[in-house]
Design a protein. Structure first.
Length: 285
């Protein structure tokens, strides 16, 4: 495997982090989104992220600029023809992902791996939109991608051993620790464990057992987690948690994964986390 250029489709929070990570580690990056404003926002977020490293003396201003120079922003999906591997990071919409993969399949070179950063969805279904299901796999980074060490490399039903090994090698080149998810199941490993914890935490809050603050404190101090469940959901997006729970409930046909009413009410009220200024906590105060 000789990867020099990494394509990233989607310049949201995860796509921005993955593109920045790749450029920081010396790869050329093609970052694509549907509108110039999203691309500019992504570049601004990268600049702000790296400015903290400059301030701490961990990188120079020149190194920051060299990193940004390795990133080619574009609104044209056809520019992915130059990529040696493509990582999709669009919103968690299965039909949209299938559409993107179908288009990429026609654009990129024959043996290029198409990876998805989905946190929960079926790799097999996404791969079915292509003529290369053996070269499709999950490559699930965690937020922020520049800092979080784990990457879940997820097999679809037809993903080849070679594809898995190449993505594990790429993960290490990006200074990450890869783990292999051997079966294509909803939520893979981390979310399969984490989502039931979120549900139980919300139920404790609904039942009046404790406040959100004290539940978060119990988890951080009692389980030594870096974030409590409500802080983490607000950070990641309350709406994303709701979507994943509904997906789990449908795929597993199991009411244990049904989202609590409080979570639905927050999303209906537009309180979807830090990005909206309010979630379980109010960030406008």
């Amino acid at each position: 495997m000789n990867i020099k250029t990494i394509g990233v489709v989607g310049a949201g929070s995860m796509g921005t982090g993955i593109a920045n990570l790749a450029a920081l580690n010396g790869f050329n990056v093609i970052l694509r989104d549907i509108d110039e404003k999203y691309l500019q926002n992504a570049l601004n977020r990268m600049d702000k992220f790296m400015e903290k490293s400059v301030a701490r003396g961990k990188m120079t201003e020149e190194q920051k600029q060299q990193t940004l120079d390795r990133i080619k922003p574009t609104t044209k999906l056809n520019d992915m023809v130059e990529a040696d591997v493509v990582i999709e990071a669009v919103i968690e919409d299965l039909e949209l992902k299938k559409e993107v993969f179908s288009q990429l399949d026609e654009i990129v070179k024959e043996n290029v791996i198409l990876a998805t950063n989905t946190s929960s969805m079926s790799i097999t279904v996404i791969a079915s939109a292509t003529k290369r299901p053996d070269r499709v796999a999950g490559m699930h980074f965690f937020n922020p991608a520049q800092l979080m060490k784990l990457v879940e490399v997820v097999r679809g039903y037809e993903t080849s051993d070679e594809t898995v090994e190449e993505l594990k090698t790429l993960s290490k080149a990006l200074t990450k620790e890869p783990i292999e998810v051997k079966k294509d199941v909803p939520g893979f490993i981390v979310n399969r464990i984490m989502i039931p914890q979120f549900i139980e935490a919300i139920k404790l809050l609904e039942e009046g057992v404790a406040s959100a603050e004290d539940i978060d404190k119990a988890v951080t101090l009692g389980l030594n987690y870096p974030m409590g469940p409500f802080t983490l959901q607000d950070y990641a997006g309350v709406d994303i948690g709701l979507y994943v729970m509904e997906y789990f409930k449908q795929e597993f046909n199991d009411n244990r994964f049904a989202p609590p009413l409080l979570l639905k009410q927050l999303v209906r009220a537009g309180r979807v986390g830090q990005k909206a200024g309010a979630g379980f906590y109010d960030y406008n105060k």
